[in-house]
Design a protein around this ligand. Sequence first.
Ligand SMILES: NC(=O)c1ccc[n+]([C@@H]2O[C@H](COP(=O)([O-])OP(=O)(O)OC[C@H]3O[C@@H](n4cnc5c(N)ncnc54)[C@H](O)[C@@H]3O)[C@@H](O)[C@H]2O)c1
Length: 339
Amino acid sequence: MQTAVLVGCGAMSDGWLSALRDVPELAAGIRLAGLVDLDLGTAKARAAKHNLDVATGTDLAAMLQDLKPDLVFDLVIPAARAQVVKTALAHGAHVLSEKPMANSLDEARDLITAAAQANRLHAVIQNRRFLPGIRRIKQALPLIGELTAVHVDFFIGAHFGGFRDQMEHVLLLDMAIHTFDAARWIIDRPATGVYARETNPKGSWYAHGASADALFDFEGGVTMTYRGSWCAEGANTAWEASWRIIGTEGTILWDGNEGITAHRVNGTEGFFRPLTPVDIPPAPPMVEGHAGVILDFLRAVETRSKPLTEGRDNIRSLAMVFAAIDSATTGAPTDMRPL
Ligand SMILES: NC(=O)c1ccc[n+]([C@@H]2O[C@H](COP(=O)([O-])OP(=O)(O)OC[C@H]3O[C@@H](n4cnc5c(N)ncnc54)[C@H](O)[C@@H]3O)[C@@H](O)[C@H]2O)c1
């Protein structure tokens, strides 16, 4: 049984606390010992809401000193993340952070170094990798030949309030990281460059960057386009976005939910070549979403293996975000040097 302290008891913590309670593998493997938030009332309210008999406090270092947990779950706002992760690592804990991994690439590199020096695991919540839809697509890719292009649309009119309203590059940094990480996992090769534009459209209720378009190049000539907005009212896509995945012999469409269709060419004659529907097999049974990432992390800690979403890999997705921000800021394409 691993003990854990959770820091950052805002909106996201409800999902985590429910997963820790309701998913049998997590309930059996993790004992939550404390909740920390800058605001003691927030930590206490969260403990009360989930009927938890745990320590509550505002000082992470003091609680770590006191409880010496094996794990720290970091759900603070992105601007506070690096300090929280370093504090947790310095106290000997393995750390699972919410996305984004860090507020800059330098911060992310620093955290990877700190985790290596502390000899502790450091991973990031990229819950999209733990969805049956993306698992089905990943295993079905060979059915459409060699992958050539991925096109992703994300349009959601989301009124959060809170830190996002003032955050710079809010869509690229706080949301597109999910889509970029999922695309990178599907494409399974390094991104080499990007040309991006970022706008804050008329009527936006965000202060900065609520919409963005980006064209990525990947090794081997694969391209990825992203069109996204957090202030597009009227026709929301799924939170997981809407995908068109093209191979040399066919295409997979994914609506981000249960809807996956695929066709492949079945002949060499005609203006439009004949097509055959492709059956996309179901994903193997799995613990999904946040709970899936937490369980993967727990198993990695127990067996000292590599979590799927470890920081050393996740920095490559974060690099896509910062390259897109760089391109949008300079107005020129950005090369992505190897990390
Ligand atoms: N993976 C996902 O699907 C997903 C979805 C939503 C949010 N998130 C991420 O979760 C994180 C938290 O988002 P949220 O919506 O819960 O934000 P929130 O603003 O509701 O909560 C953040 C909490 O962290 C606390 N906090 C800030 N700095 C702190 C510090 N130094 N020490 C202790 N507590 C501190 C705040 O007081 C607040 O209670 C963000 O990084 C966000 O991007 C992830």
